[in-house]
Design a protein around this ligand. Sequence first.
Ligand code: SAH
Length: 371
Amino acid sequence: MTQASTEKVNLLGLTLAQMEAFFEQLGEKRFRAGQVMKWIHHFGVDDFADMTNIGKALRAKLDEAAYIRGPEVVSEDISADGTRKWVIRVASGSCVETVYIPQKGRGTLCVSSQAGCALDCSFCSTGKQGFNSDLTAAEIIGQVWVANKSFGTIPARMDRAITNVVMMGMGEPLLNFDNVVAAMHIMLDDLGYGISKRKVTLSTAGVAPMVDRLGEEIDVALALSLHAPNDELRDQLVPINKKYPLAVILEACKRYIGRLGEKRTLTVEYTLLAGINDQPEHAAELAQLLRDVPCKINLIPFNPFPHSGYERPSNNAIHRFQDALHHAGYNVTVRTPRGDDIDAACGQLVGQVADRTRRSERYIAVRQINA
Ligand code: SAH
């Protein structure tokens, strides 16, 4: 809770511990925190008047001190393959995107952590827009809240629509650490969304010191956006590699997955770019690089966007790359593009970001047309 005590607090973004502290400050019992969390996250309630197990006097007190506000939904699209995409406006005025991907037996929600991104990976359309703002914890968990409500809020329903959350939308989650960690605590909490810790995945481009901090604060699955088997190529594709090169980030990831002594694996994401990182020698080098990293590899065929300068490899090239890694003993999956008819596939999430770094001339041009 960063607000001054006179300012109203948005309860949507509070973890259980923060909610308990809030009630203590109000001079109320801590167990109220759990009751209110359930109303917010299980039942999608945003009005204290609907909280029937809370007396009138306390509801009036809550109205004075707090509110519950989800992010503003600008649009909701449903793709031919069942994928859903929400465009959400955040406090800075920018828009971010949230994507729901239904699959047999599970439903994955892809959540954004920042409006824009400062890391400027060469093949990512979000990065091309520059960075605008960090999302608050309420804006991050608010994406889960909005998506969950769109499936109805029947208590204890058997067919849970959202079984997995991946922090793979817009932004670099480890550069908005506190808000992302708070939101993930709410995802895991039974009084929040009760999602298993193995089914909440944080994906990073490789902010090595924050991987260690993550391990100190929460236990979730980790994915690394690798995209290249050597520093020379990775420096070009993922510029943060110049700061935290492969040896440094892979050690940090190994520490993260090794710290509980349980059998955990790292997910390695590798976007395949035709003629750039998809050749047999890249597969061989990758197999060598990861030989002592317990991992599974997820290949993402490049999703094109205007003026990217890159192309998706042929299906043959993709399968050759996959087979080479298979033969080297790796568990390798190829991510099928989902929702690309509504621009919801990886790297197609652009929202509408007012670029503070002015890196994106393309976007500025678009804004001028719209102005
Ligand atoms: N910043 C975090 C979270 C983004 S996750 C990270 O880098 O991990 C989104 C994933 O999609 C990342 O692996 C990213 O590198 C990949 N990606 C970005 N643009 C893409 C594109 N045009 N085609 C395919 N994958 C892309």
